[in-house]
Write a protein that binds this ligand. Structure first.
Ligand SMILES: NC(=O)c1ccc[n+]([C@@H]2O[C@H](COP(=O)([O-])OP(=O)(O)OC[C@H]3O[C@@H](n4cnc5c(N)ncnc54)[C@H](O)[C@@H]3O)[C@@H](O)[C@H]2O)c1
Length: 246
């Protein structure tokens, strides 16, 4: 498979390593310093694009791929406010896009178990729930896309929560939390690749459900598996469409 890498930072470089190991070829690398290379003719040299760039770059990259009819896997987070618009454009133009707030298999297992747990906790109202995420200090968006997925899955399955609010440590948070609000606490610490915890606490005890990424390798491998899956497809997909957890 010939791959165009849109974004060649921490993730793009690991993806390149895994892609070469799996016998793929990198035919284009676009960073903030060579955006002029993001042309239709360059994109047409690839079978699939993988975007791990920046929240404000993702939309332009996605539409460039649509113009070149190139399937695109989008790992970049922080652009989901435009999700519906992108989905419509993808379907109208008969293109292919797969996105995911987290490409690691472990986190996708975690997502699945989080939904089951939230459903179960409907019967145990004594437990208050909260989501915590820790990422490296260079991370641009807050809360993490992964934490948003976790929170939205809790809200969809736990009747006593209807919206999430975010508190980034170090920034003022004056709101008083309402009963129906789910708090996502974001922490930015050194070089942490990504830790997510769901905590259910009652007066008598606490249940912690936690995923810790040891490195970025799980995200990178998942992104290549997603690209292999998407290459011959059309349509708008989420990473969860690849997995078939019962
Ligand atoms: N979905 C997942 O599993 C997952 C996992 C890790 C990171 N991410 C997300 O992926 C994105 C990239 O993460 P990273 O750690 O590699 O970041 P990074 O800062 O190390 O690299 C970003 C890359 O994007 C490039 N870039 C920035 N603006 C650009 C533009 N306008 N046009 C083209 N390229 C541009 C930079 O030059 C750089 O090469 C972030 O949004 C991050 O949250 C997602």
């Amino acid at each position: 498979m010939k791959i165009a890498l849109l974004g060649y930072g921490k993730m793009g470089q690991i993806i390149e390593r895994f892609a070469l190991e799996r016998g793929h070829e990198i035919v284009l690398k676009v960073t903030i310093d060579n955006q002029e290379d993001l042309t239709e003719s360059n994109l047409r040299k690839a079978d699939v694009a993988i975007d791990f760039s920046a929240p404000d770059a993702a939309l332009g990259n996605i539409y460039a791929c649509f113009d070149a009819n190139l399937p695109v896997v989008v790992g970049t987070t922080g652009w989901y406010g435009q999700l519906q618009e992108v989905k419509n454009e993808c379907l109208v133009s008969n293109n292919a896009l797969l996105y995911g707030s987290n490409f690691s298999i472990g986190v996708n297992l975690f997502f699945h178990m989080n939904k089951l747990l939230a459903k179960l906790m409907n019967d145990y109202p004594a437990y208050e729930v909260q989501v915590e995420e820790i990422h490296h200090i260079q991370k641009l968006d807050s809360p993490s896309g992964t934490a948003m997925t976790i929170a939205e899955d809790i809200i969809a399955n736990l009747d006593r929560k209807s919206e999430w609010v975010n508190e980034l440590t170090g920034t003022p948070f004056d709101d008083v939390l309402k009963k129906e609000q789910l708090l996502i606490e974001s922490h930015r610490i050194d070089s942490v690749p990504g830790t997510h915890t769901v905590v259910y606490s009652s007066e008598v005890d606490e249940i912690e459900f936690k995923h810790t990424a040891h490195s970025r390798s799980g995200f990178a491998l998942g992104a290549i598996i997603a690209a292999e899956w998407l290459e011959k497809r059309q349509g708008f997909y989420n990473i969860t469409d690849i997995f078939n957890f019962k």
